[in-house]
Write a protein that binds this ligand. Sequence first.
Ligand SMILES: NC(=O)c1ccc[n+]([C@@H]2O[C@H](COP(=O)([O-])OP(=O)(O)OC[C@H]3O[C@@H](n4cnc5c(N)ncnc54)[C@H](OP(=O)(O)O)[C@@H]3O)[C@@H](O)[C@H]2O)c1
Length: 251
Amino acid sequence: MKTFIITGASNGLGAALAKLCLDRGFRCILVARTINQELYHKTTQTSGRLTFVSADLTETNQLESVMDEIISHLKNDVDELYFINNAGMVEPIKRIGELDIDTFVLQAKLNYLAPAILTDSFIKRTQGYNNKKIVVNISSGAAKNHYEGWGAYCSSKAGLEMFTRVAGIEQQREENPAYVISFSPGVMDTNMQKVIRSANETDFADSARFHTYKEKGMLRSPEFVANILIELLLEPELDNGKFYDIKELIK
Ligand SMILES: NC(=O)c1ccc[n+]([C@@H]2O[C@H](COP(=O)([O-])OP(=O)(O)OC[C@H]3O[C@@H](n4cnc5c(N)ncnc54)[C@H](OP(=O)(O)O)[C@@H]3O)[C@@H](O)[C@H]2O)c1
């Protein structure tokens, strides 16, 4: 059975991915600090296809144990394995020189260190697994473009994108390669966008543009984005290490 491990699955894109996977009959292991109530209520109807792992992914020294717990939930009938590093935060939205350091450190742990360490742990623990296995690191246009006030966010996503590229290239030499890719979902109508709109123009120079996205209905729904990502993952061939941008996938 196709099995999806999804971090940040309590809200936004992660929850939309989880719902879609369950509706399609796949198995899901969902990681976050809290549980989405709508998903929780699906536990009984989905006949053992849904497992929750409670974890704060900023607790960097617990990440290896989190991966051990995830792996312990895998069933023997897994024929395709997907690991989506989706959890993320955008704060602190502040110019460099004014950053709140505690929030900056948390963001670096959640957006960069957690997916990087979990990718490493996943590859280590699935080396002998020779069916299709894919790691997706959820990226952003901010990995490629600079925005004033997003120094922390842009740099964490850029770091993760380079990590993903290196992992993808390395895996090409492996006997049982994992595919490791970045996926940029574009702007979505989630809590993260609410946080972005709550920033003022002094801290975030592009603030007005993001208000316009919401007012003009230009934010995509997480359900739409989830569908595009799942269709991509079910394709037979992917380019290892590639940065897939939703804009290039929408026909
Ligand atoms: N929204 C956009 O426009 C947009 C654009 C480009 C890229 N992205 C990227 O897309 C991904 C999903 O974003 P989203 O908009 O869906 O975000 P969101 O609605 O804010 O959801 C974030 C998810 O991350 C989880 N999370 C936060 N802190 C965590 C922690 N310390 N440990 C474990 N889980 C944690 C949250 O769950 P708990 O609070 O329950 O832990 C939640 O499920 C992110 O990587 C983001 O950078 C978003």
